[in-house]
Write a protein that binds this ligand. Sequence first.
Ligand SMILES: Cc1cc2nc3c(=O)[nH]c(=O)nc-3n(C[C@H](O)[C@H](O)[C@H](O)COP(=O)(O)O)c2cc1C
Length: 241
Amino acid sequence: MLRVPFSLLLLMMMTAAAPAGPGDRETGGDNERGAPRSRGRSESIELPKPDRDGELSVEQALERRRSVREYSDEPLTLAELGQLLWAAQGITEPRRGFRAAPSAGATFPMEVYAAVGEVEDVPAGLYRYLPDGHRIERVAEGDHRPALFEAGLRQAPLAEAPLVLAFTAVVQRTASRYGARAERYVQIEAGHLSQNIYLQCEALGLGTVAIGAFHDDELSRALALDDGERPLYLMPVGRPR
Ligand SMILES: Cc1cc2nc3c(=O)[nH]c(=O)nc-3n(C[C@H](O)[C@H](O)[C@H](O)COP(=O)(O)O)c2cc1C
């Protein structure tokens, strides 16, 4: 008998009838922190609790880390997706809402998107990570990897990885405190997230590569970003071939 996981059932129940293609966003508007906001139909998947007790030491992960550009066809698991998102932006100090990566003045300009192709229990689509509650919210249906591949100068890892993470920044969150220097800060922050993903991949036996070569406008369209949100980095993730 086909076993439908609860998370998938939940998503199916909450999915509105109107289909949306890649780039056709299901969420919109800005809240007070400049975050893309849900339209009230909370279509989200709760992620498994992250593992905080992996076996690989930081030193081993640092030494072994290499950029990996070829992946097997095997899907990722929901637990792996959750672990990666937690490594990028998970809340590690709930009292103050501080996260796995440092942020200038704790202004938290970064958004993390997951272009899901082949992840168990998660329908293909574009999802946004919600650190509060450690959840993902679907922002558009359909496989967005081909659009990211085109925007990313047709680099093969973007088409072949089961999952592509995209880091963006809502610069105004940081600019409201640091002015013009925010442009620099958000780029530095993207580097922090990226290194966390590299190291987390190493600990999970996964492979990734940081991709900075892409057409900004085309990638913004593929992710259906609002005007104030800037794409900074792409990271395809898969099992090394
Ligand atoms: C800012 C930045 C942009 C990068 N952009 C790309 C890219 O567009 N495509 C790619 O294949 N690798 C990209 N890389 C990965 C580098 O090519 C890679 O880190 C370098 O070859 C060293 O290999 P290693 O990561 O295995 O140590 C980028 C790395 C950085 C830091």
